[in-house]
Write a protein that binds this ligand. Structure first.
Ligand SMILES: Cc1cc2nc3c(=O)[nH]c(=O)nc-3n(C[C@H](O)[C@H](O)[C@H](O)COP(=O)(O)OP(=O)(O)OC[C@H]3O[C@@H](n4cnc5c(N)ncnc54)[C@H](O)[C@@H]3O)c2cc1C
Ligand SMILES: *[C@@H]1O[C@H](CO)[C@@H](O)[C@H](O)[C@H]1NC(C)=O
Ligand SMILES: *[C@@H]1O[C@H](CO)[C@@H](O)[C@H](O)[C@H]1NC(C)=O
Ligand SMILES: *[C@@H]1O[C@H](CO)[C@@H](O)[C@H](O)[C@H]1NC(C)=O
Length: 511
């Protein structure tokens, strides 16, 4: 039993600014009859002869629909009317062409973790990439091909089982391309760079449904754009990335919980430890949260910090000595193979951070160093909410990430659309909203913390990593404040996506 899928969408609005002067191609010809009320059945009937067997179609009446449209955050939930899960690149082309013929908006979905508020503006057909999840290590063992729907966890596992690693995001649940098309930060960036820095080539279905190769030698202008601003240009059906031998047998991890009274010492030690982008290369990653732990205290958040080192405990502990000297409520450590590092840092599939279905109100500022005054203000703000709004404070967290960044720094910033190579600390304010009446308060808190981070770095502009951005910032905040970047991206939009079909993820050209 399937209910009607109603496409009462204003499909053609927002296109006008880009069509002026040009002759309208077939795919945006105004239809003699606008397909406003299309049913899942109709889509199924009309598309089934054009796609490969195994392609799945779900409508709101299907039992699986909720599962297939489930997302990490309800804050930016797109309005999905029908879900299609292709099995081949040719299916993606066929679906895009079908959508164009019928004036239906489409959106590719990878891991379902996108937080950009702009996603909320989407209404139409979701192209889920999950069946395009093949991985194939190439004969020379220097690279592998990945399907456009591959997710971090299985990528780490598959490669590790065969003696390889590559650059990924840190959380197992995130899509390789959702992350990688915007850069992609992770534990291997100090050694090998961002996800996008290791992409050799991409196979891309453009807005008109045509499939092309994008690399240094093929559509090289688009290759520049897709490594940093890629969500705006096409649907990647597969991609080739560098891979590397697995390296040391184990990584050392050390997790600390400190009380707030030590905050200044902790941040001073972190600033010294990173020394403005000079983090020891194997000191791969630390993530620190202000978060409530009522088993310790319900008065204020604690500082929960987790460090991982690529190599043995003795080397790591030498570097961690300044942190060991700070009196901790809890200090635990161990050594695990790389494939288990996500688990010990609380970023694996079953960690709370990967859980779907909450409403997250976020803000972010990419920093160079921590300002101790600022961090104290932010901590005290959290402490106030712990008293005034315990339900809002309960699951909220304020995240501080520090990476080893040598390989990211080494790459010429002009060589791709990723703009922020001289920022070292990714932050994320994340209020988990217990019920809708808390949303205004959460938004005010998110803005307050963002403003505090900004006030703590006078003279610097808001750098909002495109994948952590709330979507409430501006295009230069996501894509770089040098005007040539936006100019170049806009001219590439005119060339490759003249009708702005890809405008739902922190759009270069506002919808
Ligand atoms: C819990 C959590 C952990 C995170 N950890 C990290 C991290 O370690 N490092 C990091 O850099 N970022 C991280 N992020 C941010 C993450 O990069 C973004 O949220 C990203 O958008 C998620 O991608 P997705 O595929 O999971 O989400 P989706 O919502 O499925 O996709 C996000 C956007 O990417 C587009 N997209 C997805 N697949 C394709 C494709 N094949 N072709 C074209 N476009 C595509 C979608 O159209 C959408 O616009 C994290 C986010 C969360 C919520
Ligand atoms: C689409 O369906 C809705 C609900 O069934 C109906 O109210 C509306 O008039 C229909 N629109 C068109 C253009 O047929
Ligand atoms: C969807 O269903 C699959 C298989 O039944 C399950 O493994 C997966 O966790 C579900 N996903 C969500 C987001 O609920
Ligand atoms: C740190 O933050 C405070 C408060 O916003 C600000 O006044 C000060 O200038 C900042 N210090 C530095 C070194 O940027």
């Amino acid at each position: 039993m399937r209910s009607l899928v109603i496409f009462s969408l204003c499909f053609l609005s927002g296109l006008s600014s880009l069509v002026s002067g040009a002759s309208v191609p077939r795919y945006f010809e105004s239809q003699p009859t606008t397909r406003r009320n299309l049913t899942t059945e109709q889509v199924r009937r009309e598309l089934s002869s054009q796609v490969s067997p195994g392609t799945l179609i779900f409508g709101p009446g299907d039992a699986e629909f909720a599962n297939r449209t489930s997302r990490w955050t309800g804050f930016s939930k797109p309005d999905v009317r029908v879900v299609i899960e292709p099995v081949a690149e040719s299916d993606v082309s066929a679906i895009v062409k079908y959508c164009n013929r019928n004036s239906i908006d489409f959106l590719a979905i990878g891991g379902g973790h996108g937080l950009a508020y702009s996603l909320k503006r989407f209404s139409g057909l979701q192209i889920s990439m999950r069946q395009l999840n093949n991985i194939a290590i190439q004969k020379n063992s220097k690279s592998a091909w990945f399907g456009g729907g591959t997710v971090v966890g299985p990528v780490i596992q598959y490669l590790h089982d065969r003696g390889y690693v590559t650059t990924t995001g840190g959380c197992e649940c995130v899509g390789m391309l959702g992350a990688g098309l915007g850069g992609g930060h992770g534990r291997y960036e100090g050694l090998y760079g961002l996800i996008s820095d290791n992409i050799v080539q991409l196979r891309v279905v453009l807005a008109d449904g045509k499939a092309i190769v994008v690399s240094k030698s093929s559509n090289s202008d688009l290759f520049w754009a897709m490594r940093g601003a890629g969500h705006n240009f096409g649907i990647v059906t597969s991609f080739e990335m560098n891979i590397f031998p697995v390296g040391p047998k184990t990584w050392h991890w050390h997790n600390y919980i400190w009380r707030g009274k030590h905050l200044e010492r902790v941040f001073a030690a972190i600033n010294a430890f990173h020394n403005n982008g000079k983090t020891p290369i194997n000191m791969a990653f630390e993530v620190g949260n202000f978060v409530m732990d009522t088993s310790i205290t319900s008065e204020e958040p604690v500082l929960f910090w987790s460090f991982v080192y690529r190599g043995p405990a003795d080397e790591a502990e030498k570097l961690l000595a300044p942190f060991n000297a700070i009196d901790a409520v809890s200090s635990t450590m161990g050594d695990v193979p790389y494939s288990q590092v996500a688990t010990v840092q609380g970023t694996s599939w079953d960690s709370p951070i990967c859980q779907h279905g909450n409403v997250h109100v976020t803000s972010t500022v990419f920093l160079q160093v921590y300002n101790l005054t600022t961090e104290r203000q932010i901590f005290e703000g959290f402490k106030r909410r712990a008293k005034s709004s315990p339900a809002l404070a309960a699951q909220s967290f304020i995240m501080h990430e520090g990476y080893s960044t040598e390989a990211v720094d080494k790459i010429d910033a002009a060589s791709s659309a990723y703009p922020f190579r001289s920022d070292y600390h990714l932050t994320l304010f994340d209020a988990v909203v217990p019920s809708p009446e808390y949303e205004p308060e959460a938004r005010a808190w998110a803005a307050e913390v963002r403003d505090q981070w900004m006030a703590g770095q006078p003279g610097r502009k808001l750098d909002a990593y495109v994948n952590y951005a709330s979507g409430l910032e501006t295009a230069p905040d996501w894509y770089g404040h040098e005007s040539w970047r936006i100019d170049r991206l806009k001219s590439l939009k005119a060339k490759y996506d003249p009708y702005n079909r890809f405008r739902y993820y922190n759009p270069i050209i506002a919808a």
